[in-house]
Design a protein around this ligand. Structure first.
Ligand SMILES: [Zn+2]
Length: 298
């Protein structure tokens, strides 16, 4: 089955043709975010139209923002694309192309991609936890994406791990992401040396004991959160996402530390880095569209 897949982000729109789970062609186009949501949809239509001559059975859209995946509309996206909130992406694209179209939030789509083709392949249930400027995530349970009652499931970063701790943008205090995000690591490292301004810069200097101490303290914060998530969801696989988790040190440390922090029945959980990189959203959106076209998506 051939699916045209798009991954709409605040800075770039990735697009490609996915044939039986394999990304055949992949391009990246700047997102006209400042021109608003309608301009983004117009670009999406143009990109999709370019793939049509190759034949397609469906369209899969992974997108920034909170997405009502039942209606395929954008519930909220003002923080990344102005005027995108409220746009009926699925209806607009199905009217234009008469192809079954699946629309899903980008983190959720990436989790579906990892579950089907990457770190969670063969697993019953997968949690994806992403570490970047914030901490986000998604849950694929018994093979199906769990979106919650309001399409908001997976906000792992706003689980409170420090009662009364640091203030968070969500209005609470002590949220997991204030301590465990890649940004939190950089913030701590820059107290030592302002030139430690990225995960890459920090891991290059891991042999310095004071840098390693900052990294190890950050990893302990991650362990608190992951242990709670494992106790709550009992997944058989947990994928660590985000650029900082492409480094081997944090992944190997978490593989060793997390099982020691959960009850014995949970220790067989497989912890690994996400495998699909920036193709996860495209592949996941394509998989959702394939299921929709095959009548398997409820
Ligand atoms: Zn928060």
């Amino acid at each position: 089955m051939k699916i045209i897949a798009l991954d709409i982000g605040g800075t770039a729109v990735k697009s490609g043709l996915v044939d039986n789970g394999v990304l055949k062609e992949h391009r990246e186009t700047p997102t006209p975010a400042s021109e608003g949501g309608q301009a983004v949809v117009a670009l999406a239509k143009k990109l999709i139209a370019a793939y049509l001559p190759e034949g397609a059975d469906g369209i899969g859209i992974s997108t920034a923002g909170v997405v009502d995946s039942k209606s395929g509309s954008i519930l909220f996206a003002e923080d990344c694309i102005r005027g995108y909130t409220g746009i009926q992406v699925k209806a607009l694209l199905e009217d234009a192309f008469s192809l079954p179209t699946a629309v899903e939030n980008d983190l959720n789509a990436a989790a579906v991609g990892e579950a089907a083709f990457g770190a969670g392949k063969g697993c019953k249930s997968l949690l994806c936890v992403g570490f970047g400027t914030s901490v986000g995530g998604a849950a694929v349970l018994d093979g199906r994406l769990y979106t919650g009652s309001h399409f908001g499931a997976g906000e792992f970063g706003h689980m409170v791990t420090h009662a009364g701790g640091l203030p968070c943008g969500c209005g609470q205090r002590g949220c997991f992401e204030r301590y465990a995000s890649a940004s939190a690591l950089v913030r701590q490292a820059q107290r030592l040396d302002p030139s430690l301004d990225s995960g890459r810069a920090i891991f290059r200097r891991l042999r310095e004991p004071r840098v390693k101490a900052v990294v190890d303290s950050w990893l302990r914060e991650i362990v608190y959160g992951l242990a709670s998530l494992i106790h709550l969801w009992d997944p058989d696989c947990l994928a660590l996402c985000g650029g900082v988790m492409q480094q081997s040190y944090p992944v190997e440390q978490l593989k060793a530390l997390v099982p020691k922090s959960v009850m014995p029945a949970y220790r067989s959980v497989s912890i690994q880095a996400a495998q699909l990189g920036n193709q996860a959203g495209l592949l996941g959106a394509a998989e959702l569209a394939r299921r929709l076209a095959a009548g398997q998506l409820r």
